[in-house]
Design a protein around this ligand. Structure first.
Ligand SMILES: Cc1cc2nc3c(=O)[nH]c(=O)nc-3n(C[C@H](O)[C@H](O)[C@H](O)COP(=O)(O)OP(=O)(O)OC[C@H]3O[C@@H](n4cnc5c(N)ncnc54)[C@H](O)[C@@H]3O)c2cc1C
Length: 325
């Protein structure tokens, strides 16, 4: 029997949004409120799912991620938008110029425009014990988790000295007890050593062999254990963009100075990619941004898609009018 999505493939949505986190849902909200037919396809694993709460989100401070996105889905549906559970496996352009979004389960959605908001995956350093504590006592971001561990015993796991110095100074703002584990980052230079000493940040030599305990106690390769309540780490951020490859869009390496941060899809300020009709927003294009900034980027991209569609609708209307003259 023909499904609702099959019928939609014949009669495409104005926009299909791939990814239903903050960016995708806010893009959908802008489009649905502009009376555009819109479907969000979401695989259901937003980046901050391991965290108990979302912080630095004005008006919803401390809400659980699942609750925040549930509210967002309800808001999109309240304006007539569709939210589907599913994973996009590819995008292709059809002969008539429309897009098809192919889902891993075989479904296909037709669309005039695509907004990609699938975010990034965090690749943790390969140290036993990190993954099990990720988002609870193994942390990446002082703005997301810092207040909750203020005045606690905090460690920094260094894999790159410039990044570790940046992290150390931000976490030192939250606690006087910060230990920098040099791990695989090498030695601080003379200026860095002076700064660490001035801020009373202790450095510990030797590779970290594992993280243990209810907090994030650090076991060194030599056998010593250093008690810590939380451990800050630097994760590589990899764009979840594989399904865009058939359209010639791939994620490119991002740098902070000489340090490789991960990959992102390149897009303009309102989300336009190198392929006309395909937009991208949120962590997928700006991996370092927070939830509220990702939502704002989704709104911008949704508005840009609406304007793009309005221009196309107007051209078609003019052509139809002229055909009657
Ligand atoms: C542990 C942790 C805690 C954090 N805490 C905070 C915090 O307190 N405050 C804050 O502001 N920021 C926080 N962040 C950052 C925050 O997670 C990001 O800013 C935010 O998630 C980016 O939103 P997004 O919509 O771009 O991507 P995401 O939220 O990652 O959403 C992407 C969505 O796309 C879906 N998806 C992926 N691939 C596909 C596909 N092929 N097909 C269909 N759907 C797909 C995913 O399932 C997901 O639902 C935290 C990050 C981490 C890792």
């Amino acid at each position: 029997m023909e499904s609702a999505e099959d019928r939609r493939a014949a009669q495409p949505y104005d926009a299909v949004i791939i990814g239903g986190g903050a960016a995708g849902l806010n893009g959908a909200l802008a489009l649905a409120r502009s009376r555009r037919s819109v479907a969000v396809v979401d695989a259901g694993d937003p980046r901050n799912a391991p965290a108990a709460q979302v912080h630095n989100y004005l008006g919803r401070e401390g809400t659980a991620p699942g609750e925040l996105y549930g509210i967002g889905r309800d808001e999109v549906r309240s304006y007539g938008g569709t939210v589907l559970q599913g994973r996009a496996s590819g995008v292709r352009r059809e002969k008539d110029g429309l897009f098809s979004v192919l889902l891993a389960d075989g479904r296909r959605l037709g669309a005039r425009r695509i907004l990609a908001t699938t975010g990034v995956r965090d690749i943790l350093p390969e140290v036993p014990g990190l993954a099990a504590r990720w988002g609870a006592t193994v942390l990446h971001c002082p703005y997301c988790h810092g207040w909750e561990v203020r005045d606690k015993a905090i460690g920094i796991l260094a894999v790159d000295m410039d990044v570790a110095m940046h992290q150390a100074m931000l976490w030192r703002q939250l606690s006087e007890d910060v230990v920098l584990f040099l791990h695989t980052a090498g030695e601080p230079n003379a200026e860095q050593a002076r700064q660490l000493a001035a801020r009373r940040i202790r450095t510990v030599h030797g590779e970290v062999a594992g993280v243990e305990g209810a907090g994030a106690d650090v076991r060194l390769a030599g056998g010593d254990l250093v008690q810590r309540d939380a451990l800050a780490v630097f994760t590589r951020l990899e764009a979840r963009a594989e399904y865009l490859a058939p359209m010639g869009i791939s994620a490119v390496e991002q740098f902070m100075g000489a340090t490789a941060l991960g990959t992102a899809v390149e897009a303009g300020p309102a989300g336009a990619t190198s392929v006309p009709g395909i937009y991208a927003a949120g962590n997928l294009t700006a991996p370092m941004t927070q939830v509220i900034a990702s939502a704002a980027a989704g709104l911008m991209a949704g508005a840009a898609i609406n304007a793009d569609l309005a221009a196309e609708d107007t051209s078609r209307a003019v052509a139809a009018l002229e055909a009657t003259l």
